[in-house]
Ligand binder design. Structure first.
Ligand code: AMP
Length: 224
């Protein structure tokens, strides 16, 4: 089973993707996380991506698709996983088309796309309050999911930081890019009969439960 989690930045799809991937034994491919890792390592890709990401723009398609392909690898069943869960990819119609083509070549396809919806106001509030652990990348929200101790990661004790692209000016740019580039994917996948919508407002646990009801073959795939 291959899934895509689609929606604007800050909608909570990353948090849900990590849990669903674990439970359904899918390979979680989060292109934003992969790019941030490349930036941290100062790899050639990271050096190219850093400034683009800080501006809230999209990294060139071929570079990001290279990362996705590398993750999927030559093994269609993805390193003993039952498929992939893509979070943050595709981000425009061209990326969706090259993904479809690649999956076809390896005898796979997208089985379902989950579209997470929340209002723009809520997104700005969430992104402004997001903090990330410098070491283990755990996500917090100062309003809804704060760390136990101010500015310290509950899991590894490292300092929390704000992503460069979670500052107000960049948030606005990212939302503009989302509307122009990514929002057309809703229609793209709707036409293919693959789209399911979920309201992204609510507690992480509640959304997780709703999500599992939406996913195909939920009972057979999930551990629970
Ligand atoms: P995210 O963590 O998904 O919000 O992504 C953070 C940033 O990484 C985005 O604002 C883009 O600059 C870049 N990025 C992530 N995924 C993609 C993608 N599929 N195509 C182009 N740029 C991407």
């Amino acid at each position: 089973m291959n899934l895509i989690f689609l929606g604007p930045p800050g909608v909570g799809k990353g948090t849900q993707a990590k849990r669903i991937a674990e439970e359904y034994k899918l390979l979680n491919i989060a292109t934003g996380d992969l790019l941030r890792e490349a930036v941290k390592k100062k790899s050639p890709l990271g050096r190219k991506a850093e400034e683009i990401m800080a501006r809230g723009e999209l990294v060139p398609d071929e570079l990001v698709f290279g990362l996705v392909k590398e993750q999927i690898g030559m093994n269609p069943k993805c390193q003993d996983r039952r498929g992939v869960l893509l979070d943050g990819f595709p981000r425009n119609v061209y990326q969706a088309e090259i993904l479809d083509q690649y999956l076809k070549e390896i005898g796979e396809k997208i089985n379902q796309v989950v579209y997470f919806q929340v209002s723009e106001e809520e997104i700005i509030q969430r992104l402004s309050a997001r903090r990330v652990c410098k070491s283990c990348q755990a996500n917090y929200n100062l309003l809804t999911q704060p760390p136990k101790k101010d500015n310290v990661c509950d899991y590894c004790g490292s300092t929390l930081t704000q992503r460069a692209d979670d500052r107000p000016e960049t948030i606005r740019e990212r939302l503009k890019v989302y509307q122009k580039e990514t929002a057309p994917l809703v229609e793209y996948y709707h036409k293919q009969g693959l789209l399911k919508e979920i309201n992204g407002v609510g507690k992480v646990e509640e959304i997780h439960t709703l999500l599992k009801k939406l996913l195909p073959y939920g009972k057979n795939y999930s551990k629970n």
